[in-house]
Design a binder for this molecule. Sequence first.
Ligand code: ATP
Ligand code: MG
Length: 263
Amino acid sequence: MSGARVVAVANQKGGVGKTTTSVNVAAGLAQAGRRVLLVDLDPQGNATMGSGVDKRKCARTVYQVLLGLGDIATIRVRSQAGGYDLVPANRELAGAEVELVGLSNREGRLRAAIDSLAQEYEFVLIDCPPSLSLLTVNAFTAAHEVLIPMQCEYYALEGLSDLVGTIKQVRAHLNPRLEIAGLLRTMYDPRNTLSHHVSQQLEEHFGDKVYRTLVPRNVRLAEAPSFGAPAVVWDRSSKGAQAYLALADEILARAGFTAGAPA
Ligand SMILES: Nc1ncnc2c1ncn2[C@@H]1O[C@H](COP(=O)(O)OP(=O)(O)OP(=O)(O)O)[C@@H](O)[C@H]1O
Ligand SMILES: [Mg+2]
């Protein structure tokens, strides 16, 4: 394979597990011996903190990358906890949206930056903000595929059509290679009937675009960020971590790697 597989983790709905998925898949792939870059593209900076990097201490972030004020190669830092490289984000990124509007190639800036170091990695993950904004469009323009975390609840399906619509528009105008990698069921509770029903509906509608791996609701996943490490590192044996390791294997297999190769 030449160059990294670029995966945007996106859903405009807030709190569905995008960041938890981004950091745990990044660390899971790293544990399988893959070279991984995680790009935090959310002003909340949660993926940065969850990788054990203090967002308040990052003088340069993805904001400088997008505005052409710095080189991504020198702005990336190492997530020691996660075993991957990280392009951090913090509140400063909130201003980028407005500032980008007047600039050339405003949708393609992240792609240009990622392309410049794609040869150094096997996977680049992008943790998107909860919106279909210019930031998310930058992620979709840079990506080969979109991984969509979602909770199995009634309104989840409604939001999906807006998301798929945006993906189609980006594919038509900016990035013909863009595909949906898969839908990931997060915070899954098998005892909840609606959860079960929506999950089945997803499988019927989207078939093998739904990841086999189900991520259960598991408090260890929620606790890990306060310890500055992904759950797959901090408590590897927890049910949540095990699910994300299985997902990483599924992603490796789909990308044509032998799953679970030793680090
Ligand atoms: N499987 C899970 N079990 C329990 N808690 C979870 C699980 N996945 C995520 N959480 C918790 O739910 C909250 C939202 O998750 P997360 O931050 O990953 O979602 P998000 O989609 O990135 O949110 P945002 O849209 O704000 O960026 C967090 O507090 C997280 O720790
Ligand atoms: Mg998030």
